[in-house]
Design a protein around this ligand. Structure first.
Ligand code: GCU
Length: 128
């Protein structure tokens, strides 16, 4: 399947804001989630056919500690407390890939902060 990109700033955001003060993001900005457990970004992604697909998350974490998040696909855990380790600076964006088991048609992908630190800054996801 062709890859598709979904910008975090265009997704549904619960307890977070769109910002553009740290260079290197794609699109028009990134999401800075509130620093608390439960803040999230939820994307709606479309698949032509059911099956597993690589889902790549682009993020930055300028702190010295991980910012763990659960990745939920259609409400089911695809990654449990993915660490989202420090990237060295808020302007250093890296990618990490999980496997998403998609259904044909629309699917939700929720990136959910699991600790009081909240998530990393989130730029986009790419379905491979
Ligand atoms: C800083 C940084 C934000 C980041 C925040 C955080 O304020 O500028 O982009 O989201 O730290 O710790 O989450």
């Amino acid at each position: 399947a062709p890859s598709s990109e979904y910008q975090a700033e265009s997704a549904a955001i619960s307890q977070g804001v769109v910002e553009s003060n740290h260079a290197g993001f794609t699109g028009s900005g990134f999401v800075n989630l509130d620093n608390l457990a439960g803040s999230y970004v939820e994307f709606t992604v479309t698949a032509a056919a059911a099956g597993p697909r690589p889902l790549t998350i682009r993020f930055a974490n300028g702190t010295t500690a991980g910012r763990p998040m659960d990745v939920l696909v259609n409400g089911v855990l695809a990654a449990d407390e993915r660490p989202f380790d420090p990237t060295g600076a808020w302007t250093t964006w890296v990618e990490t890939t999980v496997t998403a088991d998609l259904q044909a048609g629309a699917n939700t992908v929720r990136l959910l902060s699991t600790t009081a630190s909240g998530g990393p800054n989130l730029d986009r996801i790419t379905l491979g």
